[in-house]
Design a protein around this ligand. Structure first.
Ligand code: NAD
Ligand code: TYD
Length: 329
């Protein structure tokens, strides 16, 4: 199995999950080790996998690795909306060109591909109401990040239809858990507090996200690999929606601080209001069920993980906050 982006948040958790639950796989990780990739996330399993530092946009590297693989799980991407608003170019290279290179290699060598995508390709939903995205919702991405993910999904669909490539796609809601980069919402608030700073809420904080534990996401990916139908798309989401403000209040309480001990900062341009996935298809057709039902418990475990693993995030924290200072957030 070739895992692209396996030194990033979800990819590294996927490698750990696979070694725990599906030890029959032999894993090769391809990762460029951008600012978001960290080999330390794979330290405990370094002797059980092969690691190749390289770019999914590099045709020769990708071709050689896909030639040796039966299955490719494609996590590699530039993944942060704020960065995409500041400098979109790396998103075009890694997310669009990278997926194209992989598709061409998969087409040549006949490997099975699973493409990891996001619900952000569908744009956003009104703050109030019960609307949800489904596999049939029209694509309407808002940010350069989601536009490049939408483009990569379209390439996968076209390569399936025109060249018979054996691929599936999943579009998951927001993930949380261990090894998530400190630029992202939940780790940023936890590590702000742990380093003596304050939680920072964009705009009013009323924006809503659906939070799915990374292990639930990765369990769904394995179900799609073993039971999913080639050519199909599956939405993944826990069904647990919270406003950003509610998340910050819960985190502050778990960290022993007053629930209102946060700052409002400048809003993100084009900020998507609400994401919500209807995951009936993967639940009924493949039998997926999230195991992390209680978000508060999941957040408590995540706070504990960041508290206990300062060695993992400390170095990235300062550089990340420098970037946010430039953005005024
Ligand atoms: P991440 O930023 O933590 O990790 C991305 C990894 O990809 C890093 O290790 C990085 O070094 C690597 N990478 C980037 N460009 C590369 C390139 N050109 N060649 C090789 N490696 C490269 O991201 P993440 O949060 O783990 O997201 C993984 C995937 O899941 C992405 O495709 C993202 O769109 C998708 N996704 C993320 C979420 C979420 O909440 N984080 C939700 C749904 C979908
Ligand atoms: P993020 O983790 O960047 O994920 P996405 O934008 O892909 O959903 O942000 C999640 C939400 O949290 C989003 O509405 C923006 C908001 N946010 C803050 O309020 N404060 C922060 O410091 C960050 C990083 C994000």
């Amino acid at each position: 199995m070739l895992v692209t982006g396996g030194a990033g948040f979800i990819g590294a958790n996927f490698v750990h999950y696979t070694l725990r639950h599906r030890p029959e796989y032999r894993i090769c990780v391809l990762d460029k080790l951008t600012y978001a990739g960290d080999q330390a996330s794979l330290r405990q399993v370094a002797d059980r996998i092969r690691f190749v530092r390289g770019d999914v946009g590099d045709a020769a590297t990708v071709d050689a690795l896909v030639a040796e693989s039966d299955v490719v799980v494609h996590f590699a991407a530039e993944s942060h909306v704020d960065n995409s608003l500041h400098d979109p170019e790396p998103f075009l290279h890694s997310n669009v060109v990278g997926t194209y290179r992989l598709l061409e290699a998969v087409r040549r060598h006949g490997a099975r591909l699973h493409h990891i995508s996001t619900d952000e390709v569908y744009g956003d939903l009104p703050l109030t109401g019960t609307d949800r995205f489904t596999e049939e919702t029209a694509y309407a991405p808002s940010s350069p990040y989601s536009a490049t993910k939408a483009a990569s999904d379209m390439l996968v669909r076209a390569w399936c239809r025109s060249y018979g490539v054996a691929a599936t796609i999943s579009n998951c809601a927001n993930n949380y858990g261990p090894y998530q980069h400190v630029e992202k919402f939940i780790p940023r608030q936890i590590t702000n507090v742990l380093t003596g700073g304050r939680a920072r809420l964009y705009g009013t904080g009323e924006h809503v996200r659906e939070w799915t534990h990374v292990d639930d996401h990765n369990a769904a990916v394995h179900l799609i690999l073993s039971r999913g139908r080639v050519g199909e798309t599956y939405l993944i989401g826990s069904g647990v929606e919270r406003s950003n403000r509610e998340i910050v209040e819960t985190l502050l309480e778990l960290l022993g601080l007053p629930r209102d001990d946060f700052d409002h900062v400048a809003d993100r341009p084009g900020h998507d209001l609400r994401y919500s996935n209807d995951s009936t298809k993967i639940r009924t057709q493949l039998g997926w069920q999230p195991r992390y039902g209680d978000l508060r418990d999941g957040l408590a475990a995540t706070v504990e993980w960041f508290h206990d693993n300062e060695w993992w995030w400390k170095a990235a924290k300062q550089a990340t906050e420098e970037r946010y200072r430039l953005l005024g957030r």
